[in-house]
Design a binder for this molecule. Structure first.
Ligand SMILES: Cc1cc2nc3c(=O)[nH]c(=O)nc-3n(C[C@H](O)[C@H](O)[C@H](O)COP(=O)(O)O)c2cc1C
Ligand code: SF4
Length: 430
């Protein structure tokens, strides 16, 4: 996948150079300068965390939780082992940015994790990589070897007494293993099923020890923040939405791909960067933050800027930044049928509302899509959704409900037409 327009994560990367991902090239474009700065200038742990807070970096894994605040939760004087974990599971439909990071700029992630380890007093880290991307995993392993050989990773980093070991873990390959506690279970060698929270990973994480988990893009943004300062990062975006962010744009655009742009960029500008709508068709709707984010119709989306607050105000979520663009030929009933199947298939089955409810959501949307819908089905979908959301161990239950609610809110008439006529009004267009 091609990366267009570059922000802090892909700053200076020359994709035409086949060695762009190697240590030598990373160092040439300022790589590991942030780590050297911390160690040479003896910057304290508190100062690093303060810089992270100033940056207003919000976690890029989906929830947008402030990273500096999360790092401050890690108990500083815990006597035993603590862990740092990177989430490169990336299973949300529409999202493909983290894969590009470990393939095209793995050292940004490695440097970000080493700095995270320093700031939180952690000496061991893991990167959990989605099980279906073996070549990317191998690339990351190679980058780790380079960093170790150069003295950036391992014992006595750059001749100081700071030590940090980092390991790649080839994960399972299930969407649920991206949920942080399921990921920890899987990393421990168990079935990837979410744990009850609390306790949160900061107090009971990997092997029951305090653990901080962040997304790949979150860690890869850290070197820039430390090198250039949190304020500069903040100013790239807008208040409460610091920095640039990667958007994985897919669907009916001329140039799908990863776009790294300032948070706060109008959606209309992003669409233009993608070459506009494919075949000159009209924009119908956008899922702005990965498959679990509620869909937004074109008129609302064209008024939005691409940042956490603007998309939330419009009634959806920026999530992981997966922007799924749909043109006027898309049948929303079919789109929801596909989404609902995914959540039904990926439910880990631990809690009844999710295990049974996702199955019912799928079966009802399926029968509507196949001309067998009943007049009461739309109310039934809403009621099943209400019995799942907020009543489950992890947020996959909510993730299954949000697309249903979004579709019924903005495109209810399409579902009603399908129930009444037994076929889609868009069938002839697609
Ligand atoms: C079902 C489910 C799947 C998730 N998948 C991912 C994922 O693939 N990658 C990711 O970084 N976060 C994923 N998350 C969010 C993580 O639980 C966690 O919040 C995140 O890794 C924290 O990193 P951040 O603070 O840097 O965003 C998922 C959450 C849920 C509920
Ligand atoms: S909400 Fe679904 S995926 Fe999450 S723990 Fe419950 S059954 Fe498993």
């Amino acid at each position: 996948m091609t990366v267009y327009a570059k922000g802090v994560v892909f700053e200076g990367v020359d994709f035409d150079n086949p060695n762009h991902w190697r240590l030598e090239e990373y160092v040439k474009r300022g790589g590991y300068a942030a780590l050297k700065k911390i160690l040479n200038e003896k910057i304290t742990q508190d100062e690093v965390i303060a810089e992270m807070k100033t940056s207003s970096l919000r976690g890029r894994g989906g929830a947008g939780f402030p990273t500096g605040l999360k790092w401050s939760f890690m108990p500083r004087n815990f006597p035993g082992q603590k862990y740092l974990v990177c989430n490169t599971d990336e299973g949300e439909p529409g999202t493909f940015k983290d894969l590009d990071i470990i393939v095209s700029n793995p050292h940004a992630l490695i440097e970000g994790m080493i700095i995270g380890g320093y700031a939180m007093g952690i000496t061991v880290g893991y990167n959990y990589i989605h099980g279906e991307v073996f070549e990317a995993y191998q690339r990351f392993e190679e980058a780790l070897e380079e960093a170790r050989a150069a003295g950036f990773l391992g014992d006595n980093i750059l001749g100081t007494d700071f030590c940090f070991q980092l390991h790649a873990h080839h994960g399972y390959g299930a969407y649920i293993c991206g949920e942080e506690t399921a990921l920890l279970e899987s990393l421990e060698g168990k079935k990837g099923q979410p744990r009850f929270k609390p306790p949160f990973p900061a107090s009971y994480g990997l092997y029951g020890k305090p653990t901080t988990i962040n997304n790949t893009e979150t860690f890869a943004s850290v070197p820039y923040i430390i090198r250039e300062g949190g304020q500069k990062f903040l100013e790239l975006g807008k208040p409460n939405n610091g920095g640039t962010k990667l958007f994985s744009v897919s669907g009916h655009v001329n140039r799908p791909g990863n776009y790294e742009i300032p948070l706060g960029t109008p959606f209309a500008d992003l669409l233009e960067m993608c070459g506009g709508m494919r075949g000159g068709k009209k924009l119908k709707a956008v899922i702005p933050g990965g498959s679990s984010a509620p869909v937004l119709p074109a008129d609302i989306m064209m008024q939005c800027t691409m940042d956490y607050d603007s998309i939330a105000k419009a009634g959806s979520m920026l999530g992981s930044g997966a922007v799924i663009v749909m043109d006027e030929t898309v049948c929303m009933v079919s789109a929801l049928e596909r989404l609902s199947y995914f959540y039904h298939e990926e439910s880990c089955g631990q809690c009844t509302p999710c295990r049974e409810g996702t199955g019912w959501l799928y079966r009802i949307v399926h029968r509507i899509a196949h001309g067998e819908g009943r007049p009461e089905d739309l109310d039934l979908l809403a009621s099943i959704g209400d019995n799942i959301a907020g009543r489950t161990i992890c947020a996959l239950g909510d993730a299954a409900v949000f697309p249903v609610r979004g579709m019924l809110k903005h495109f209810r008439s399409e579902f009603e037409y399908m129930i009444e006529h037994g076929q889609s009004q868009f069938a002839a267009l697609s």
